[in-house]
Design a protein around this ligand. Structure first.
Ligand code: EPZ
Length: 429
């Protein structure tokens, strides 16, 4: 199994190109099931999760062609996928595939909307909590689907097609909003989704669906209205830049010191996180090419932060911020409000000598002057990358094990960091 070896102590200086957003690319690929015409997606990141979803969609009969590089393309340029769901040959998403990636459960929405039936394995728990799908099921039932659970599968039917409805989410949910939105595009009549998630990835998917002929207004606000249409068509869409990758590298620079241009990043996608970085002592300068992040001389100041749905501080940056705060001059508090069990990195950060006390949903981090390298591993993507951030400043060698988690969500992580002066390499086998 591959590992990543880091020798801490180098500042980061240079340019890091930001890839397309994983959490937009996945639902956009799934939206390809809604039409029998070809959906072309540009700037799709080269990630294990994307490859896994290609396999899952292939199982339904979707043809996906990945266009090769053209002369003049930058080595980091994302891939272009041509997704054609002209012939859906199977409306079942089996356990073996869904259990490998939770978001694949979302295929239930386009399959129901277009084929009027779907049989999709329940995803099960995962490393960051129980993660139920009750709100997704509620949304589909409101749209007129009949759902039963049998043998670990959700069996969904809507013989006469889905019908527009009022869907009010008791809790803000990204997955629930994606599913409701996709399903409502082909429903008869109008759907109004209230307490909708406002995440930029929802807006990106809604923009693409509108280009495919959907009639969606209000995406990016808490109320989204969808006028159902009879058919969607193909289009071409560019995946928006990854705000979590952006925030991760911004925190890495704040941690090591130095000066890095995050090329292609969009500051409005992560303003809350950038504000926290400024409070912590980093200099953040939006410019024409993205965002420049620097920290020179001054130490890291402690902060108090709670995660929240967009536009709040994202849960997907909580572990990275905690790594940063381990070397702050003073005590920080970080409260996780989205997921029940997203603190697995705490024990691993302690292996570097970090001082973190957990009390329910809140971690108190007492900054220490020096971290020391250690062998570490983590059980989810963002926790894993927080260990890389700690390793970049820890004295001596850090070995990050189980890096397949990193490969799920960070494209060429070690190449991007070593190009900016970090001593980091992948060790195969
Ligand atoms: C998405 O997960 C992201 N995944 C997550 O990123 C991200 O952490 C999360 O949104 C929050 O921003 C993708 O986009 C593929 P939710 P999702 O539905 O949609 C509860 C990463 O590292 N809930 O907004 O699954 C749920 O348990 C990942 O890239 C219910 O109770 O998140 C959680 O507490 C990890 N019932 C809260 O809502 C439901 O039916 C928010 O979940 C659905 C959710």
């Amino acid at each position: 199994m591959d590992r990543i070896r880091i020798v801490g102590g180098s500042k980061l200086n240079g340019t890091i190109p930001i890839s397309g957003a994983k959490n937009a690319a996945l639902p956009l690929m799934i939206a390809g099931l809604l039409t029998d015409e070809t959906l072309i997606l540009d700037n799709v990141p080269r990630l294990a999760d994307v490859a896994q979803l290609q396999r899952i969609l292939g199982n339904h009969g979707v043809d996906i062609m990945s266009a090769g590089k053209r002369p003049g393309d930058h080595e980091y340029q994302g891939q272009t996928l041509h997704i054609s769901a002209a012939n859906i040959i199977d409306t079942t998403a089996p356990y073996e595939l869904v259990s490998k990636m939770r978001a694949s459960f979302w295929v239930i929405a386009p399959l129901l909307a277009r084929m009027h039936e779907a049989k999709v394995s329940l995803p099960g728990g995962c490393a960051i909590g129980t993660r139920p799908v009750d709100l997704l099921i509620m949304a589909l039932e409101k749209l007129g689907a009949e759902l039963t659970i049998d043998g670990g599968y959700v069996i969904a039917k809507a013989p006469g097609g889905l019908k527009g409805a009022e869907i009010d989410f008791a809790k803000v949910t990204v997955s629930g909003t994606h599913v409701a939105l996709m399903a409502a595009t082909l429903a008869k009549g109008t759907t109004v989704i209230t307490n909708a998630a406002c995440e930029p990835e929802i807006v990106d998917v809604a923009d693409c669906l509108n280009k495919m002929g959907a009639r969606i207004t209000g995406a990016g606000t808490t109320t989204i209205t969808v006028e159902g249409v009879a058919k969607l068509h193909g289009t071409r869409h560019t995946v928006l830049p990854d705000r979590i990758e952006t925030g991760t590298y911004a925190m890495a620079v704040a941690m090591t010191g130095g000066d890095v241009q995050l090329s292609g990043a969009r500051p409005e996608l992560l303003q809350a996180a950038l504000d926290v970085l400024v409070e912590a002592g980093a200099t953040v300068t939006p410019n024409n090419d993205g965002i420049r992040v620097a920290r020179n001389g001054a130490g890291i100041k402690p902060v108090n932060v709670s995660t929240a749905p967009f536009p709040g501080f994202p849960t997907d940056l909580q572990a990275q911020l905690m790594a940063l705060m381990t070397t702050a001059k003073g005590s920080s508090n970080i409260t996780e409000t989205i997921f029940e069990n997203r603190f697995m990195h705490v024990q691993e950060l302690a292996r570097f000598g970090a001082r973190i006390h957990l009390d329910g949903e809140t971690a108190t981090i007492d900054g220490t002057a020096k971290l020391r390298g250690a062998p570490v591993m983590a059980t989810d993507l963002r926790a894993s990358v927080s260990l890389v951030i700690a390793g970049l400043v820890a004295e001596g060698e850090t070995m990050v094990n189980r890096i397949y988690h990193l490969d799920r969500g960070f494209e060429r992580l070690e190449e991007k960091l070593s190009a900016c002066g970090a001593t980091i390499e992948r060790i195969s086998g």
